[in-house]
Write a protein that binds this ligand. Structure first.
Ligand code: HEC
Length: 113
């Protein structure tokens, strides 16, 4: 009798739950943000811009960029980027308009300005 009861309980549990609809995998957006990637690689020095050093060489440890500071200069962000690119003590180089935009875009996105 006990066995029969146990069998009934287990049988009930073993019945598959009614389907909850077709399986739909989580959607991941693989579209790459090329402008962000370009800005990031310029910043990290993977793409060289001048005769001096690259952005991250200064702006990761010694003179870190922070959100507050960047927010306060945001209207001027691209000009600040240009200053650092042209400054002979900094990057000492030139950049295409699109690269300067990419850098500003990267910073704005990274620091959620
Ligand atoms: C040799 C060091 C050096 C390099 C390389 C350099 N910077 Fe700077 N950067 C500075 C200094 C110094 C300041 C001024 C900080 C201040 O005025 O308080 C500054 C300021 C800035 C600012 C304004 C925000 C702030 O804190 O004043 C931005 C944005 C910026 N740099 C971005 C860049 C980018 C992008 C690059 C690469 C293209 C770069 N920097 C390369 C030294 C550097």
């Amino acid at each position: 009798m006990k066995k029969a009861l146990a069998f009934c309980v287990l049988a009930t549990l073993a019945v598959p739950l009614p389907g909850s609809g077709p399986y739909s995998p989580v959607r991941v957006n693989f579209a790459r943000d090329d402008r962000y990637e370009r800005g990031r690689s310029l910043f990290a020095g993977e793409v060289k811009m001048g005769d001096g050093t690259y952005c991250a060489a200064c702006h990761s440890k010694n003179i870190p960029l922070d959100r507050k500071k960047l927010q306060s200069v945001q209207p001027d962000l691209q000009r600040k980027v240009e200053d650092c690119i042209h400054n002979p003590d900094r990057v000492n180089g030139t950049a295409k308009q699109s690269d300067m935009e990419a850098l500003a875009y990267y910073l704005a996105k990274r620091y959620r300005l």
